[in-house]
Design a protein around this ligand. Sequence first.
Ligand SMILES: Cc1cc2nc3c(=O)[nH]c(=O)nc-3n(C[C@H](O)[C@H](O)[C@H](O)COP(=O)(O)O)c2cc1C
Length: 493
Amino acid sequence: MLSGKTAVLGVTGGIAAYKAADLASKLTQAGATVNVIMTESATEFVAPLTFRAITHRPVVTSMFELTSEFSVEHVALAEAADIVVIAPATANTIARIAAGIADDMLTTTVLATEAPVVVAPAMNVNMWQNPVTQENVARLKERGFVFVGPGYGRLASGRMGMGRLVEVTEIMGTVQQVLGRKGDLAGKRIVVTAGGTREAIDPVRYIGNRSSGKMGYAIAEASRDRGAAVTLITAPTSLPAPAGMETVSIESVVELKAAVAEATKQADALVMAAAPADYVARSVAAQKIKKGSAALTIDLVKAPDVISEVTGSFLKVGFSAETENLLDNAREKLTRKSLDLMVANDVTAADSGFGTDTNKVTILDRDGGTEDLPLMTKREVADRVLDRVVALLLPTPPNTFEVRLTGRMIGAGCIPIRKRYRQLFPEFKSPLTLVTDAGKIKSTAGRSFPDALELRKGLYKWFKAHPELKAGGTVRFTVIEPMRQYRLEILEA
Ligand SMILES: Cc1cc2nc3c(=O)[nH]c(=O)nc-3n(C[C@H](O)[C@H](O)[C@H](O)COP(=O)(O)O)c2cc1C
């Protein structure tokens, strides 16, 4: 989930420094390249060797050990970082960063980096509540630093209070959220429901179902990681609350309906991965139902159908857990409930459905299309469902667009394609043909920066054939054959 990303993990001199080893491990396991920078005080608490063994990378502890194998150019880590995480962050380091001090490798890196910085403070409650610490934190927040925690709990001093380092899972969630800010769901609001509802029959008993909530939580986390503002409406589950989103807890289908109505007021999409009850008790007994000799009959009435009854102009994605006639049942529900997408899930298949970490689903759309996915992790399923949500949410680009030329493009013989038109072109490195007045040019879709394209191959010659083209001129691309052939013509030299 973090593959291809480079993280600086700053560890400072607090009791919680040992917990940073777990964070280093989680970041590494998620695929990130982790460069640990320790303050001198931090090395009093944990040995650099610990982080070196976990990250398989040198650990930087000094700016001036130029002969050491760990030596790096003083701003190299700042420039390479996609994200900087300081955990635990001492009051001292927070104060030094707020003051712009750069007298060790960590503070120098923070001052020099353009990457987002996540700060997880941990300190004694009085240090945290001290107005000077609070002023420093406010100043850094104003400048865009993202704080996670501290939490409330037992501190190293034995006292209870604010000052504990938050759980590593919460720091990881915040890292994912911050890195997702530029994702394809940035600026979108997604509401996700998860888990099986509980319908009371008396004060101690309920009718429930086997939904574990894992699929919904995976969708909520994947939406967050792609930049969406997420509201997760969750029935009781045994899963830890995901970080970086609003979480609303509900129990019954009636509560679910009210929470969905409220949360979708400003939503772009609703993904109903929860398993709401279809039937609820006509009346809930006021006292515990006593065991008797006769059989017990509970009168059930139809529950509200949350996804059909909620109104608004957002996308609706349903999940259909079936034990028979999977696709027919799912298609009938998609039509009857006016959904945009339906994810059909055969819960009788091995390794698929309730409680498992993997799922085998088919995605149906309202145009009659079916996308049959192989068995994959619930997180992978979540991303495939969200790919479809993104495609429906983004306006379809026109099949023609213009590019205003710069001196660099003409000089280097390249034309960058803006992200908006990315989907008109094939995968990176795939061959394509440009039909021009100087004949056909065989080119490729090349990578310039993440999610953008740059056409380079063959263009140098074409620019050479058109010396009249100057910076400020405009060229037009028109799709002749999607993903293969494009017309390239001069609009204005
Ligand atoms: C045993 C011990 C535990 C400490 N725990 C913390 C702590 O949890 N949080 C904190 O802000 N400072 C704590 N300190 C104080 C810092 O270590 C001290 O302010 C130090 O200068 C921080 O340096 P650094 O920010 O460069 O890592 C502790 C000091 C000692 C001796």
